[in-house]
Design a protein around this ligand. Structure first.
Ligand SMILES: [Zn+2]
Length: 299
């Protein structure tokens, strides 16, 4: 039974009672009209369940939604969503490898000596093993982004294990070593997702900024959406950062692929990085893999 069912069944017993009695005519009983009860503040007959149960459902639903989707939530297990130094910027890419974009992206990152982390889809790793190998050979880290990019929030523990295990095997068999990092598709988690990743030796990575580079918007729009990275770097350089973010840096979530098919167009992502990489470098940011993002070495 859902919360909605429960409320409806209790309402059904209360639906009708007389709300108006017509003036009594001499010698005749009073006429009654019948209508639904409308709740009134002072009405002592309003059952507290009618308020408390839906309120509890709303609160519970809100907490679950927060834990399942909010990047910084730790409700369903520990996640890493920022680096350990304001000078470290961890750029991450999801949904590849993608033959149409990833090679160009690797060249662009090389130009700025930038290292990044690529969260790979297992079935694309099988289709493009050489590109996955090339990514690692260029000094980048890779992570598990599941076999087929399903919404894990909707899956039970067995299905979650299959999604993570197949990608884990694809990466290990192709690259000779398993991934140490994991990012859930859409960022959605449930109580089984992070423990399953941990059982495979992976830490779960979220982000501080996800600018929406999959949307059909001009590159200028995406460039504006990525401006907070530079603004934070400037604030931290002047000691004006917000409380709670001192000593930490950003994890940026971009996409070099599309989970539905290979060869998706991500040229806007490339254009935005061509704009920002030199500017971020001039602000003193260092572009690190997730391994470096949490390592003890100071940037
Ligand atoms: Zn994804």
């Amino acid at each position: 039974m859902s919360c909605g069912d429960f409320v409806t069944s209790r309402n059904a017993t209360e639906f009708r009672r007389p709300y108006h009695t017509a003036p009594q005519e001499a010698g005749r009983p009073p006429k009654e009209k019948w209508a639904p009860i409308l709740p009134a503040c002072e009405n002592s007959r309003v059952d507290p369940f009618l308020i408390s149960v839906p309120a509890a459902c709303l609160v519970t639903g809100g907490v679950v939604a927060y834990g399942a989707a909010f990047p910084r939530a730790q409700l369903f297990g520990p996640t890493i969503f920022r680096t350990n130094s304001p000078r470290k910027l961890a750029i991450t890419f999801d949904d590849g490898p993608n033959p149409a974009i990833t090679p160009k992206l690797l060249d662009l990152l090389d130009r700025y000596q930038a290292k990044a982390t690529f969260f790979l889809i297992g079935r694309f790793v099988r289709e493009c093993p050489d590109l996955a190998k090339e990514t690692v050979a260029r000094g980048h880290a890779v992570g598990n982004h599941t076999e087929s990019h399903r919404n894990l929030f909707k899956l039970g523990p067995a299905q979650v294990t299959v999604e993570l295990r197949l990608c884990h095997n694809a990466i290990a068999n192709t690259l000779g070593a398993p991934a140490k990092w994991f990012r859930p598709p859409y960022g959605f988690r449930n109580p089984w997702v992070i423990p399953t990743a941990q059982a495979l030796g992976c830490k779960t990575v979220m982000w501080t900024l996800i600018p929406g580079d999959w949307l059909e918007r001009p590159a200028e729009w995406l460039i504006r959406r990525m401006r907070p990275i530079a603004e934070r770097a400037e604030r931290k350089a002047t000691g004006g950062q917000k409380a709670g973010t001192r000593g930490t840096g950003d994890v940026l979530c971009l996409h070099d692929g599309w989970h539905r098919e290979l060869n998706a167009d991500r040229t806007r992502t490339l254009a935005a990085l061509e704009h920002w990489l030199p500017r971020w470098r001039d602000l003193g940011l260092q572009f690190v893999t997730m391994d470096e993002a949490v390592s003890a070495s100071a940037a």
